[in-house]
Design a protein around this ligand. Structure first.
Ligand code: NI
Length: 186
């Protein structure tokens, strides 16, 4: 096993849609194992393949001993009537936490590493983690769910984070308000 480099916000791969996994082979299992190790070392509770630069619909998660690898997830059901607001972070946004509203209960269909079809009902924090990771696979980031002023703060913090480490400036992210913000920060 090996730990992989976690991509930081500003890396274009985080804004790309990952592709369906078709080959459930040893390479996929190896990637999932490396991602689990990377996620635990970080430490974090979820990691999407985009975050290690791989555009496959795969994520790993682990919450209180429960977890594993999830492939080709699809949201089957989300109860929009019950939502929960809780602080959320992301390994691609080191040290940042902001409140995000998510459905309290979801049902997700997916495949395991052997390609077997499965479905699961999730609640509370687990639902939050899965929704966050499923967003990643579509190039959506948690800052896209934030209130305007929180998003502004997050983008500013990440610009500083990248500058301090000599990383190149984040590319202008998609989404309302981001263009204005990118200019303003210059
Ligand atoms: Ni994340």
């Amino acid at each position: 096993m090996a730990t992989l480099e976690i991509r930081i916000f500003g890396d274009p791969v985080l804004r790309q849609r990952a592709h369906e996994v078709e080959d459930f082979d040893g390479r996929l299992t190896q990637l999932a194992e490396d991602m689990l190790e990377t996620m635990r070392a970080a430490p974090g509770v979820g990691l999407a393949a985009n975050q290690v630069g791989v555009l496959k619909r795969l994520f790993t998660w682990e919450v209180e001993e429960e977890g594993g690898a999830v492939v080709n997830p699809t949201l089957l059901d989300a109860d929009a009537s019950e939502v929960e607001v809780d602080d959320e972070g992301c390994l691609s946004f080191p040290g940042l936490f902001f409140p995000v509203e998510r459905p309290l209960r979801v049902e997700v269909g997916y495949r395991d590493l052997d390609g077997e079809e499965r479905s699961v009902q999730l609640e509370g924090f687990n639902a939050r983690v899965w929704l966050h990771e499923m967003d990643h696979l579509n190039g959506i980031l948690f800052i896209d769910h934030l209130a305007k002023h929180d998003k502004r703060e997050a983008l500013k913090a990440m610009r500083e984070y990248r500058m301090e480490r000599g990383l190149e400036a984040p590319q202008t992210p998609k989404g309302p308000g981001s263009l204005l913000l990118g200019r303003k920060l210059r």
